[in-house]
Every structure is written in C-alpha cells, then in structure tokens.
Design a binder for this molecule. Structure first.
Ligand code: PLP
Length: 428
C-alpha cells in the first residue's frame, strides 16, 4: 500500500466508524512520536506545537516518564484506590500539596480527567459551604461533562443542544482589554450578578482559569485575582483556580496562580501533570477538602497507579531539566519570533504570552472589530500541510495558540516558527 493511501484509507474508515461530534484537526494518523515531533502512518514528520492540547510539557515519550510507567506496569495496573491504596497516590498528593501556593494545610484528591476535577471541586465547595451557586466567566472552558458544560462560557460548539444544564451557574464578564472589558468592569460584573441573579450568601464558589485556554489565551492580572480573592473572602465563597491547561509549568511557574500574590482555596489540575497519562487533581485547603463524607468522592480509575507513577516522574523531569526556566525562555523565544512575523502581517494585532502559553490574535485588515476566524482556520490547515501542528482557540475562533513541549529544542522551535511564517505568506 503506498503512503498516501494509508492515511486516506484510515480517514474513510474513521468517518464510517467514529462519531463526528468528536471532531479531529488533522486528516493524518499518528504512528509514533518523540519529544516535540510526530510521524504519521506514512512516515511524514510533524513538528508538534499542540502537545496533545497542552498535555505534553515533558514531550512525547519522555524516557523518564516511560520508564516509570513501565516499572509500574511490571507491578500492578489497578487495585482501585478505594479498595486497596498504593504509595504512589500518597506521594503524589504530598508533592502537589507542597507545590500549591497558600500558607495553610492542603489535601489532594485525584481523578482521571480535567472535567472530572472541575466537577469534584464544585462538589467539595458546595458541601463545604452548604450553598449552591457557582460563578464562572464568559469565554471560559471547563470541560464537557454536565456541570463543566454549564460553567463553560461559550455556547457553540460545546453546549449546543446538550441542555438543560445544572442550575445555579452564573457567568460574569471575563476581563479582556483587547475586546473592551476592563478589570474594573469585570469586577462590577460580578457585583451586578450578586445584585441581579444570585445572593452572594448562597454562592458556593467562583471558578476561573488564570489564563483562559480554549477561550483564547487571555491572562487575568494579579490585580483581578486579588479583587476576586477579596470578594470571595467578604462573602465566604470558595475561590477555585482551574489550572487544567495552565498548570504543570506551562506559564513559567508550576501553577499560574503562584503569580497572583494571593492563593485560591482550591486548584484543579490535569493535562501535563502526567505526560500523557490520564489523571487530574483537586488540591485545596485541608478543611474544605475533608468536608465531603467517605464515599462522596472518588471513581474506579481515579488516580490510577500508572498515572501516579508517570506524574511523579514528570515532577522529577521538571526539576532535573529545569523546565520552569525553560518555560519562560521558550515563551520569550516564541513571543519574539511571532512579533517578527506580526511585523509583516497586519492581520496579527496581538502577540501575547504568560511563560510558554503563547498566542497571536488575527483580525481582518487589522480591524479589531473583525476577528478573522477564516484566516485562522486556513493558517492552521496550511501549517499542517507543511508539517507543523498548530491549534486555534478563542471565543471568536481567531486565535492561534502554541503549546509546544517544554523539552523542545530551540532549533525545533525556530523551525516551527519558520513554518508559521511561510504558512502566513501562503494564506494571508
Ligand atoms: C481550563 C480547562 N478546564 C477543564 C478542561 C477539561 O479537561 P478534560 O478535557 O481533560 O476533561 C480543559 C480542557 O481543555 C481546560 O482547558
């Protein structure tokens, strides 16, 4: 079978056998991957600027992570933590507790996906406060389960047709200066919610992403985080940072909320914490985390031994390879390279980043009132055709984001940037 037909044949079988609701970016199929490169079933090479949507801070198949998983495979794969516990879960919880900001005792519960982490953070906040309301933000993405969808602040495609959603969820405006919402307006928005929609005394939690991920890579300022902290303190509300995409070193610190100057009460993590093995965590104030009764939290596969072993190896890799420094350096390199591209393309009106969480935003003729989703789509398709995996995001689908592994070499990042520049020239 020749090279071209293998991808085409799989694509046609995929269309027959799999649900279209799970949409797929590329039309080529992975055969193997290493660090920041993927090879498809026809042997074509791709530079991976998507990192499995922010899962591969330590790159594909990091030898330390694979060795840890293999060692665990040789012992046991599953007991169910709730039936017979194992040391890896305890060790991981201890380390995550130590790494989270806040001068108070912490505890951790492990799950399998980001959405599951979010669901459980809300469950814990409700039990701990005896209240039901939850405030999230416009443009937010918190996952695809029912409560996570309710919290998500973007209708199409995530919520279309899937309602009704759990009640008592309210969206406040997320501060994005570029789109006309200031920090002051955003705070006023929360206060307006408390007047118009939900009594703060009935509000269990405020949940926010330190940098909106699917929403478009907009970071909140420390000032906004501090204002939310003060608001939550005033009303006895649990402050949750959803660090599913920002966590595990992406923004230059282990957790993005370390840069706020105030600590949230609870943090959700997933994605890059285990280098590709499914696991998520809720890390929080011990007094809150212990409020749900025995049996109220958990899951058959939650905190699986394989994922715990991989997550512990990821933490070792971060230390040994100084990946937090690398995250900052990669971020600077990307921003500099993208600014150079932006200098010759009027469409790129913003280049932004927190650590290695970097994005550009595209507008028709550079007009900020005309987000250019079409150009964004064509750019990502052209990049893929030229061997670079690039993701878009944003409430207006006009943002191109980079989530390259933090283990990628400077040479590979430069090669990726050059493909981006060529792709722009081809489609702009
Ligand atoms: C901030 C945030 N929260 C939650 C989720 C959901 O995670 P998962 O897809 O693992 O359920 C995501 C996924 O992109 C995310 O970016």
């Amino acid at each position: 079978m020749d090279r071209l037909s293998r991808n085409t044949e799989l694509q046609s079988r995929k269309e027959q056998a799999t649900a279209r609701g799970v949409s797929v970016l590329t039309k080529v199929f992975a055969a193997r991957a290493q660090n920041a490169e993927i090879w498809d079933v026809e042997g074509n090479r791709y530079i991976d600027f998507a990192g499995g949507i922010g899962v591969l801070a330590t790159g594909h198949c990091h030898p330390r992570v694979i060795a840890a998983a293999q060692a665990q495979l040789g012992k046991f794969t599953h007991t169910c933590w709730q039936v017979m516990p194992y040391p890896g879960y305890v060790e991981l919880a201890e380390k995550l507790n130590r790494l989270a900001p806040g001068a108070f005792p912490k505890k951790t519960a492990l799950f399998s996906t980001g959405a599951e982490g979010v669901e459980n953070a809300v469950k814990i906040a409700r039990v701990a406060t005896g209240r039901s309301g939850v405030v999230s933000f416009t443009g937010a993405f918190h996952g695809r389960t029912m409560m996570a969808m309710a919290l998500t602040g973007k209708v199409a495609p995530y919520k279309t047709g899937f309602g009704p959603f759990p009640a008592e969820v309210f969206h406040a405006p997320f501060p994005i200066e570029l789109h006309g919402t200031s920090v002051e307006q955003a705070i006023e928005g929360v206060e307006r919610l408390f007047k118009a929609d939900i009594d703060p005394a009935r509000t269990a939690a405020v949940i926010i992403e330190p940098v909106q991920g699917e929403g478009g890579f907009y970071a909140i300022s420390p000032a906004f985080a501090q204002a939310l902290r003060a608001l939550c303190d005033r009303h006895g509300i649990v402050f949750i940072a959803d660090e599913v995409q920002t966590g595990a070193g992406r923004t230059g610190t282990w957790l993005a909320c370390e840069q706020w100057g105030v600590a949230p009460d609870m943090i959700t993590m997933a994605k890059s914490m285990a280098g590709g093995f499914p696991i998520s965590a809720v890390i929080g104030k011990a007094e809150l985390m212990d409020k749900p009764g025995p049996g109220g939290l958990g899951g058959t596969y939650a905190g699986s031994p394989l994922a715990c072993a991989a997550a512990l190896a990821v933490l070792d890799v971060f230390e040994e390879e100084k990946l937090l420094d690398r995250s900052k350096a990669i971020g600077e390199r990307l921003v500099a390279g993208l600014k150079k591209i932006a200098a010759s393309h009027k469409a790129i009106q913003d280049v932004r980043g927190l650590g290695a969480m970097v994005a550009i935003e595209l507008f028709k003729d550079g007009d900020l009132s005309k987000p250019d989703a079409d150009l964004t789509k064509r750019l990502c398709a052209e990049a893929a055709r030229r061997g670079l995996i690039l993701l878009s995001c944003g409430s207006y689908a006009n943002v191109v984001r980079v989530l390259v592994p933090l283990t990628a070499s400077d040479a590979l990042i430069e090669e990726g940037l050059a493909v981006m520049a060529d792709s722009f020239k081809a489609v702009a």
